[in-house]
Ligand binder design. Structure first.
Ligand code: GDP
Length: 321
């Protein structure tokens, strides 16, 4: 990162959809160096009026479900329709295990050669909150750069699905037939976040099982409270490998957009998401400042509370008082 970064040039590059400068702008907002923070803030301030125009689609599924194959198929389909597609990832595993689940193979080779596609791996970081916050800013930068569709991919590490759900309009769970949910490592509750489940690998000998799984998921949805008010989640099948059924998934996403725009839920949720984002950053920042400023006292109270020498309520009111 050049120092000091040339914000005028970055803003101009982002708005002109120059991929190299978009990538540099994202590197700036991903930087955790305190000296970069004011520049990153100025950049975000200036691009924000140009953001908001894309369809934001979250995608999750266990490793091997076919996420990168699906994104490649969907991305190529959209590029052929003259849409611009950005792919972002939230992969906090890199900080936990030292290796990333989403980034350690050559992925999306065709899509990465498309002039209308932009692919960005997950930012690294030691907290999901930090990784997610930087992905949100990258998402806004991609929107300002004129990308029509932003796909945000994640794996089920920690609460990463919830984090991606809260930054996207439509949330898609990619499944494979045959393995039970337990086997697929899908945590309880993730199905409840989904606006659609797509049963992938519906090809060859697997077609019938995939269709059966689709019917099963439709049944499950019947009993669940929909995550998006007024939208009944759907189950579909596709073969990402053979590029089959991907168009139907896109049609469903467009139908969702039309219906949720008409009901007002779409814009309402974006507002809520912004406020929630602000709230969670505020909580983190206040908490961090408070614990840094009162470190010694907090440690003393922890030991007194731990030994049962002081009631928790008294420790709290002493601290806050
Ligand atoms: P990810 O870990 O979720 O990103 O999964 P990948 O996209 O890397 O796919 C895992 C494996 O499944 C690869 O060998 C793919 O070729 C294969 N695969 C993905 N989609 C399909 C599909 O629609 N049909 C079949 N038969 N194989 C698929």
């Amino acid at each position: 990162m050049r120092n000091p970064p040339d914000i005028d040039s970055l803003v101009e590059g982002v708005l002109a959809s120059d991929r190299a400068r978009l990538a540099r702008a994202i590197t700036l907002v991903e930087s955790r160096a305190p000296k970069h923070a004011p520049y990153a803030q100025e950049l975000m301030q200036r691009i924000l009026p140009h953001a908001g125009g894309a369809m934001r689609v979250g995608l999750t599924g266990v490793p091997g479900a076919g996420k990168s194959t699906f994104i490649e198929a969907m991305g190529m389909y959209l590029c052929k329709q003259d849409k611009k597609v950005a792919v972002l990832a939230v992969d906090p595993s890199s900080s936990v295990t030292g290796g990333s689940i989403l980034g350690d193979k050559t992925r999306m080779e065709d899509l990465s050669r498309e002039p209308n596609a932009f692919i960005r791996p997950s930012p690294s970081g030691n907290s999901l909150g930090g990784v997610a916050a930087r992905t949100r800013e990258a998402l806004l930068l991609c929107e300002a750069a004129g990308y029509d569709v932003i796909l945000v991919e994640t794996v089920g590490v920690g609460q990463s699905e919830t984090a991606v759900r809260t930054m996207t309009d439509f949330f898609l769970l990619l499944q494979i037939a045959g393995a039970g949910d337990e086997l697929q490592g899908i945590k309880k509750g993730v199905i409840e976040l989904a606006d659609a489940i797509v049963v992938n690998k519906a090809d060859g000998d697997n077609v019938i099982r995939a269709r059966q799984a689709r019917v099963e998921y439709e049944r499950v949805f019947h009993f669940l409270h929909p995550f998006t008010p007024g939208w009944k989640p759907k189950a579909l099948t596709c073969s990402a490998l053979e590029h089959e059924g991907v168009d139907q998934v896109w049609d469903l996403i467009m139908r969702f957009r039309r219906e949720m725009k008409a009901s007002g839920i779409f814009d309402e949720r974006r507002c809520e998401q912004n406020v929630d984002w602000f709230q969670s950053l505020l909580q983190q920042a206040v908490m961090q400042r408070f614990t840094t400023e009162n470190k010694a006292l907090i440690e003393k109270m922890e030991s007194a509370v731990g030994l049962g020498k002081m009631p928790v309520s008294v420790a709290l009111s002493d601290l806050l008082g």
